[in-house]
Design a binder for this molecule. Structure first.
Ligand SMILES: Nc1ncnc2c1ncn2[C@@H]1O[C@H](COP(=O)(O)OP(=O)(O)O)[C@@H](O)[C@H]1O
Ligand SMILES: [Mg+2]
Length: 360
């Protein structure tokens, strides 16, 4: 079989950003591929290697020997990192697991902040499971393009006075978003930098669950003032929440965790005072104590929370409900710890992944 460099290039572009494919050579019966990667972990390297080899064997040829050289390089920090200067505070909201109420918390904190008079934006960075377009009643809406200093930018869509951008505006509801890492990261880049956010006191970023590439990608691009972690109380959720806290605490990430919120903490039958701790009691509170991180409060399982999320009107936009009060209190505590953090610590550095010795 004749060596077909273009075909190999094409196959690789399905796995890794083409800019990172440095060289493809055919030498002594071996196909040698040089690749750059910005992720220094051995796990990532191994996964990348396996994915590339699988693809080449399947789509190019089984019989060749392949040699992969993966070099770890410094990520290029976009020049435009400071374009978010007119956003005063960026808060990441994260959970280790999906379905624990991260987006619901994001939407409700956004509304509590808005009620307090702040200018608020929400970036739905949950590329694989966006929901802000649903929770803010914006299904089917499309952001308009605006001209800012001669450049075309996306204008976030306002709902209840909050500026929203979500990948959900660009995908069909029934369509699974199957994106490989670099594409997802590019889409996010556009939502962050090609958007006309204007002046904001708070930008809340609803992250995907877990501790993956999207998290690293965001931390490489914007300076996050602090993170909130939400968990449900059961052991399996908490085990993962620990990983989340550890990620933020890592030396080269070092993003202050402003607090932990316990969601679905208990259930009360209407007109009955007994609290039923369906998923266990105080799990997230204990986690907060273990890590010496502020505990911001517990949110019970309340049907109205689910309903208001589904109809696209976050419950805390309205002033006078006991449940809105829970979110308002959590938001106030978050602000307290944020102010403390802003007073005592320098701005968070954009994540610079360390290069391995000898590699550039
Ligand atoms: N405290 C709560 N009580 C009742 N339902 C809740 C509560 N928190 C979240 N939910 C519901 O649980 C589901 C998952 O919440 P969501 O915020 O989408 O989770 P995540 O973003 O972590 O995947 C949604 O249907 C939401 O309305
Ligand atoms: Mg979500």
């Amino acid at each position: 079989m004749k060596f077909d460099k273009e075909k190999i290039k094409k196959i690789l572009s399905g796995v890794i950003d083409s800019d990172n494919v440095i060289n493809i050579n055919h030498l002594g019966g071996e196909i040698i591929i040089d690749i750059n990667s910005t992720n220094p972990t051995l796990k990532h390297k191994k996964e990348l290697e396996n994915r590339i080899l699988d693809n080449l064997k399947k789509s190019y040829s089984e019989e060749h020997n392949y040699k992969l050289n993966i070099n770890v390089v410094k990520p290029t920090i976009p020049q435009n990192a400071n374009r978010l200067d007119n956003i005063k505070n960026i808060i990441a909201i994260s959970s280790a697991k999906g379905g624990v109420g991260k987006s619901t918390l994001t939407a409700n904190i956004a509304c509590s902040l808005k009620k307090m008079g702040f200018k608020v934006g929400v970036l739905d960075a949950d590329i694989y499971g966006p929901s802000m377009h649903i929770m803010f009643d914006l299904v089917g809406s499309k952001p308009m393009a605006v001209n800012v200093d001669g450049k075309s930018k996306m204008s976030p869509i306002e709902s209840y006075g909050i500026k929203i951008l979500s990948i959900g505006f660009f995908t069909n509801m029934d369509q699974a978003v199957v994106w490989r890492g670099p594409m997802a990261s590019k889409a996010l880049n556009q939502l962050i930098f090609d958007a006309d956010w204007g002046e904001l006191d708070f930008l809340l970023v609803d992250l995907p669950p877990g501790t993956g590439d999207i998290h690293l990608s965001i931390m490489q691009k914007i300076s996050i003032n602090g993170a909130l972690i939400i968990s449900t109380p059961q052991i399996v959720a908490l085990a993962d929440a620990r990983k989340g806290v550890s990620m933020y605490k890592q030396e080269n990430i070092n993003i202050p965790v402003l607090g932990i919120v316990e969601n679905m903490a208990y259930y009360q039958i209407p007109n009955d005072d007994t609290k039923h701790y369906i998923f266990g009691k105080d799990g997230a509170k204990n986690l907060a104590e273990d890590f010496k991180i502020p505990f911001l409060g517990e949110i019970p399982i309340i049907q109205q929370i689910r309903e208001s999320a589904d109809v696209g009107r976050p419950l805390s936009i309205d002033e006078d409900s006991a449940t809105a009060f829970i979110y308002d209190e959590i938001t106030k505590k978050m602000i307290t710890f944020l102010l403390e953090r802003n007073k005592n610590l320098p701005p968070t550095e954009i994540l610079k992944i360390k290069t391995m010795a000898g590699c550039q």
